[in-house]
Design a protein around this ligand. Structure first.
Ligand code: NAD
Length: 365
């Protein structure tokens, strides 16, 4: 890349903040973080880089064309990594509008602005420019008990979230096909790790268990996900950005299939070991099965052969090591999650579904 700035959208989120932290720690890139700071954006995740001379926050909506155009002209990035999205399936079932607005319309506006900016670059910078669109394996729908998602698997999204991500993948791919805009796409399996908003299975389970609240598990807990530690996903994104072929898609997965029930048990066992004096031991006694969500995909599993063989990427964490690190992180970083203000309206919806919403410590924090 000719200049040294990377623009990241959604850099205050779970995966984006890990990318920002890694780029500041391991490279000499300048990082511009374009984030609207929705409920999921958390500046505490960026505390260690917030005063760094190579880091800049631009609070902006990707759907605000004029602002995005200004940011591009001002910061002159050599690449864009697009992570900004509404990301929670359950919320998309309650209300799909923000998903359509940010994931589809927002991505469209970002692509238009980025292509305008790219078209005006000199030929050397234009040649090296990259737009990495970060997506999910959920666009492929559900697998049966066997088989894997490949880069050529048909798109069969099931939820409003995955449908909106699928639409954004199609837009990004069309911008490459039609105008040769240098798009790369990644489709990754479920991530877990530090700084994940406590509405997703793993952090919700950890925090509810700490507070002695019920651990909600959908249906019989038999849905299978291929879990990947967030730092491994981010290393995959960096590798695709460096060496991926424009117009290509890369599937990213951890080869770590677990049922939701396995995941919750692994967390409970880790907490039992780490908190021998907890009144809530054994934490698994807090497990409570709740009515399954509509259209819940049974199984996702990724064949990551392409990114492994073409780009030499491999995950470094196993599920056992990663879940241990994650539980320890939530125990050691109570201020990070205590500061999150629960949203009363959303919690009411969760309770109606039989969920215990957020732990009391969060509600009073
Ligand atoms: N979490 C996963 O397991 C996973 C797996 C595969 C792919 N992905 C994809 O990776 C990306 C990041 O996921 P995450 O889990 O970090 O999400 P997240 O919900 O933790 O973070 C999303 C970030 O985007 C920002 N944002 C939302 N709407 C915006 C808008 N209109 N303009 C600017 N910023 C906006 C939020 O403030 C937040 O900081 C998403 O595109 C998601 O689809 C996530």
């Amino acid at each position: 890349m000719t200049n040294k700035t990377i623009m990241i959208t959604g850099g205050a989120g779970f995966i984006g903040s890990e990318l920002v932290r890694q780029l500041i720690a391991d490279t000499d890139f300048f990082v511009v973080n374009v984030d609207k700071l929705t409920y999921a954006g958390n500046l505490a995740s960026l505390q260690e880089v917030s005063d760094h001379p190579r880091y800049k926050l631009e609070k902006a909506d990707i759907g605000d064309a004029a602002n995005i155009g200004r940011i591009l002209r001002e910061h002159d990035p050599a690449a864009i990594v697009h992570l900004a999205a509404e990301s929670h399936v359950d919320r998309s079932i309650d209300s799909a509008a923000p998903f359509v607005q940010t994931n589809i319309v927002g991505t469209f506006i970002l692509l238009e602005q980025a292509m305008q900016y790219w078209s005006a670059l000199g030929s050397a910078a234009r040649e090296k420019f990259r737009f990495l669109h970060v997506s999910t394996d959920e666009v492929f729908g559900s697998l049966g008990e066997t088989g894997f998602f490949h880069e050529s698997s048909p798109y069969r999204p099931s939820s409003p979230y995955s449908a909106s991500k699928a639409a954004s993948d199609h837009l990004a791919r069309a911008w490459h096909h039609t105008w040769q805009f240098p798009v790369l796409i990644t489709n990754c399996s479920n991530n877990y790790g530090p700084c994940q908003y406590p509405e997703k299975l793993i952090p919700l389970t950890i925090l509810n268990a700490l507070a002695g609240k019920t651990l909600p598990v959908y249906g019989q807990g038999l849905n299978v996900r291929d879990w990947l530690f967030v730092s491994d996903h981010v290393r995959a994104l960096r590798r695709v950005l460096e060496a991926g072929t424009p117009g290509s898609t890369y599937n990213v997965g951890g080869n770590s299939e677990r049922t939701n029930l396995d995941v919750v048990h692994a967390i409970c066992e880790r907490l039992d070991e780490l908190l021998p004096n907890s009144p809530h031991r054994p934490h698994a006694s807090l497990i409570s099965f709740v009515k399954d969500r509509p259209g819940h995909d049974l199984r996702y599993a990724i064949d990551a052969t392409r990114i492994r063989s073409e780009l030499g990427w491999m995950p470094e964490e196993t599920f056992d090591s990663g879940i241990g690190r994650t539980v320890e992180w939530y125990l050691e970083n109570r201020n990070w999650w205590r500061r999150i203000r629960p949203e009363k309206q959303h919690n009411r919806k969760l309770r109606r579904k039989g969920f215990d919403a957020y732990p009391a410590s969060l509600a009073s924090g």
